[in-house]
Design a binder for this molecule. Structure first.
Ligand code: UD1
Ligand code: MG
Length: 459
């Protein structure tokens, strides 16, 4: 039978250094809350249940932890922060349900690789009762040091309690500890708070386990995977690592990026094969880009579906509800919102298309605006297949421009235009021969009079 595993995720952290009105774990990386990165990694590693230890913003944190998760989450509250050992014990009842393994994770360390969690479980199957995920710290200050002997872990010494000799060790506790579900409650309940911080240290379970003749080991993971977030500076550093990984994965899957470091992705960005992304492009949540599409420089996309071989930008903005069909084009300084743009249709310059359906092959001239809002309600604009909208037209919704219809440049269209009709809605042109020359002479004469009046009769 498959092993069962419970993840206990600690998210009752002290967030004072974030200087934030919300819980630290609600801050996002790749537009996904930190806590969701952690629970998703646990789910990817195959845990059967998550026990979430929450403090501040309990409801919001619980909701965020469930994002995209198909394993159950049980939230438990830690009202007073008395240390990591105390925090894990808040999940006593859930642990008591009985699991083969219990893994403790920190809600503010979102870069953990599910493969490392799986590696810890493998150590458990090989006979270790406690498995600690360690890393070689460039600067070990503040971390618990992993004390090893003959390939086994004998203790985790917190920085404040460590001797000079122990402080020289650079192999540190990353915070992720997997232990035997059967032993879990017995070990956790034996933890005391007789230490420098007066806290219940989860890390004490190593020495307690050894006193009971159990086996503890440490395995190594990259330091980067263990990065935790205490300040917004660290949040930005984590974001950088996450973005780098997401871009690498995208490029290895067949996406080209000319300057990857300037492309920002979201956790759910889907980029299909042969997508080309130019520098300085932002993908907010909910974007899919179909195969062969090009996203030109300085474009901003959010909640948009871009069809195969479509072209966006430079300087285009796609807002939520945008659906571009195959080979559609949205050019510079265009904004599209909640609109379907048909196959091969073009919105090439300086336009706003909102709450609209644009038919296949339609051509939307420069400066076209769908006037979708009357101050209270949003209305639909329908533009038929093959329609041609002349430059600088305002289409006052609700309105329908028929298939193959023409709208003359500069029109303010307020009534439906039938299929194949031509609508012109602008003041007719008046041309007056030689009037320009006369106008110039008149202006010059006025100017001369004014000059004379200013200098006065005595000058
Ligand atoms: C802890 C480890 C240390 C390790 C380091 C890695 C202990 C005693 N020490 O130290 O060995 O090197 O992490 O980053 O475990 N939390 C709660 N409730 C509490 C206390 C903590 O939810 O009462 C949560 C925090 O939000 C945080 C995590 O547990 O996510 C770790 O707590 P923190 O105070 O940062 O522990 P460290 O002193 O950094
Ligand atoms: Mg810490």
């Amino acid at each position: 039978m498959a092993r069962t595993c419970l993840a206990v995720v600690l998210a009752a952290g002290d967030a004072t250094r974030m200087k934030s009105s919300k819980s630290k774990v609600l801050h996002t990386v790749g537009n996904l809350p930190l806590i969701a990165h952690v629970t998703q990694a646990a789910a990817a590693a195959g845990v059967n249940k998550v026990a979430l230890v929450v403090g501040r913003d309990a409801e919001l944190v619980t909701q965020a932890a469930k994002t995209g998760l198909d394993v159950p989450v049980t939230a438990v509250e830690q009202i007073e922060r008395k240390g990591t050992g105390h925090a894990v014990l808040m999940a006593r009842d859930v642990i008591g349900e009985g699991f083969d393994d219990v893994v403790v994770l920190y809600g503010d360390a979102p870069l953990i690789d599910p493969a490392s969690l799986a590696a810890a479980t493998t150590e458990r199957t090989k006979g270790a009762d406690v498995v600690v995920l360690g890393f070689r710290a460039a600067d070990p200050t503040g971390y618990g040091r992993l004390l090893e002997q003959d390939g086994e872990l004998v203790a985790i010494r917190e920085h404040k309690e460590a001797s000079a000799e122990e402080l020289a060790i650079d192999f540190c506790n990353g915070g992720i500890i997997t232990f035997s579900g059967a032993q879990a409650l017995g070990l956790l309940e034996a933890i005391r708070n007789d230490n420098a911080k007066g806290e219940y240290y989860l890390t004490d379970i190593v020495e307690i386990a050894r006193e009971r003749g159990l086996k503890c080991v440490a395995i190594e993971a990259p330091e980067e995977d263990m990065m935790g977030c205490n300040t917004r500076v660290e949040l930005a550093e984590i974001e950088q690592v996450w973005q780098k990984r997401a871009r690498h994965a995208a490029m290895l899957s067949g996406v080209s990026m000319i300057d990857p470091s300037s492309v920002f992705l979201s956790h759910d960005t889907v980029l299909e094969n042969d997508v080309m992304i130019e520098p300085n492009v932002w993908f907010g949540p909910g974007v899919r880009v179909g195969p062969g599409a090009v996203i030109h420089a300085f474009s901003h996309l959010e909640g948009a579906d871009v069809g195969a071989n479509a072209a966006i930008g430079p300087f285009a903005r796609l807002r939520p509800g945008t659906e571009l069909a195959e080979k559609a084009k949205v050019g510079n300084f265009c904004e599209i919102k909640k609109a379907k743009v048909g196959v091969g249709a073009k919105v090439n310059h300086l336009s706003y298309i909102g709450d609209a359906i644009v038919g296949a092959g339609a051509n939307i001239g420069a400066g076209t605006i769908t006037c979708n809002y009357d101050g209270q309600n949003k209305h639909l604009t329908e533009i038929g297949a093959g329609a041609f909208i002349g430059s600088n037209s305002s289409l006052v919704a609700p309105i329908r421009i028929g298939d193959g219809a023409y709208v003359g440049s500069g029109s303010v269209v307020t009534k439906d235009v039938p299929d194949d009709a031509l609508a012109i809605a602008r003041a007719p042109q008046v041309t007056k021969p030689e009037r320009a020359q006369r106008l110039r002479e008149k202006i010059a004469a006025i100017k001369a009079l004014q000059k004379m009046a200013k200098s006065g009769p005595d000058a």
